[in-house]
Structure formats: structure tokens, C-alpha cells
Write a protein that binds this ligand. Structure first.
Ligand SMILES: [Zn+2]
Length: 214
């Protein structure tokens, strides 16, 4: 089962992919992680990626494509995979069609207000990095970490105006890829507008679509 995961930042892609990865026993591959590992291991591709990232430029398609292609050729992907963070552009999607078949693209959707509340409510401990949510996972004492009594702060990229901008950029950038996959009949919308306690409602929608593939 070759599955592509799409959805805006904060929609919970990583969590859903984690569930599905365990359930179907296929690896969850995040392109962000591939970047970080390649940079850390100082591979040829990693050195190039580092140059782009540190100058604030987008990593060009041909580099991303090569990195992902190499990873998907590894043994653990033979039975399938969940790919998060790729394709981001139409050329990346077209390239993938040539080296790996995509069975389905799960497109997780939730209203902007819901995402804003999910990310905007996060608070991170300055000392130990523990993550809380003012509504869903509140600390015992306001603004204080339960584990280490460190101070809880809102990360700068989780402030409302920044999240709003990240969502706008996401929609502009990924719309063409979504349209492309939809035209190919591969895109399936998954309603992710449920609180975390009802995550099974999100997962069961995925399972319903994945069942058709097996
Ligand atoms: Zn702490």
C-alpha cells in the first residue's frame, strides 16, 4: 500500500500516519526527517540540502525527488509506505508516478479556525521541552511545567498571525498538487475536524478507503 499523506500544518498528519503505520505495519516516512538525517550524515545530497536550507531557499525538486526515490527503494518499503511531505509540487508528483505507484493520497482537511486553535493553544516548556495545550492538555498550574516547573511559553512560529500565514502559504503552494492528484483519481478527503479523543473517527475514514486497495 503506497500512501501519500497531505494536509496543512497542525492538522495532525504525523499522529494519523503513526497510527496507520502501526496498524498496517508499513514505515512512515517524513521528508523533513529525510532532510535532517541527510544533513546530519553529511551525504552528498545532505550537503546540497544544507546549502539551500541555510540560505533560506527552497530545496529544488530534483534533489527532493532523488532523496525520496532512494528512500522508497529501501527494503522496508517493499510492502508499502506512508509518505508525509511529498509531493509538494506537480513535478515531484509526476516524477513519483514514474518511480513508484501511488495507491492513494489521503488529504486531511480541517477548518482554519480549528487548526489555529490547535496550534495556537500549544505551550512549550522552556526547560524540558514538554508540550501542553491550554485547553486539551493544560498544566496543573497555569504557565508552569508539571514535570520540571519550567516556564511555559508560546513558540514564535505558533503565534496566531504566523500560523495564519503558514496556512495561506500551504494552500497556495500545494493546491496544484492536490488538483493534479484529484484529476488522477487518487485524492481522498479525510475529515479531520474531530477532537483528539475522537481520533478513531478520523482513522476509520482512512481504513474505509484503504480497504478498497487490499
Ligand atoms: Zn518542563
Amino acid at each position: 500500500m503506497n500512501i501519500v499523506i497531505l494536509g496543512p500544518p497542525g492538522v495532525g498528519k504525523g499522529t494519523y500516519a503513526g497510527f496507520l503505520s502501526k496498524k498496517y505495519n508499513i514505515p512512515k516516512i517524513s521528508v523533513g526527517d529525510l532532510f535532517r538525517t541527510a544533513i546530519k550524515d553529511r551525504t552528498e545530497l545532505g550537503k546540497k540540502i544544507k546549502d539551500y536550507v541555510s540560505s533560506g531557499d527552497l530545496v529544488p525538486d530534483e534533489i527532493v525527488i532523488e532523496l525520496v526515490k532512494n528512500r522508497l527503494e529501501e527494503d522496508d518499503c517493499k510492502r508499502g509506505f506512508l509518505l508525509d511531505g511529498y509531493p509538494r509540487t506537480v513535478p515531484q508528483a509526476e516524477a513519483m508516478m514514474k518511480f513508484k505507484k501511488i495507491d492513494v493520497a489521503l488529504n486531511f482537511v480541517a477548518p482554519d479556525e480549528v487548526i489555529m486553535e490547535r496550534i495556537g493553544g500549544r505551550r512549550t516548556c522552556r526547560k524540558c521541552g514538554a508540550i501542553y495545550h491550554i485547553k486539551n492538555v493544560p498544566p496543573t498550574i497555569d504557565g508552569v511545567c508539571d514535570r520540571c516547573t519550567g516556564r511555559l511559553v508560546q513558540r514564535s512560529d505558533e503565534k496566531p498571525e504566523v500560523i495564519k500565514n503558514r496556512l495561506v502559504v500551504y494552500r497556495e503552494k500545494t493546491k496544484p498538487v492536490g488538483d493534479y492528484l484529484r484529476k488522477k483519481g487518487l485524492l481522498v478527503d479525510i475529515d479531520a475536524n474531530y477532537p483528539i479523543e475522537e481520533i478513531d473517527k478520523i482513522i476509520s475514514q482512512c481504513e474505509k478507503h484503504l480497504k478498497k486497495l487490499t
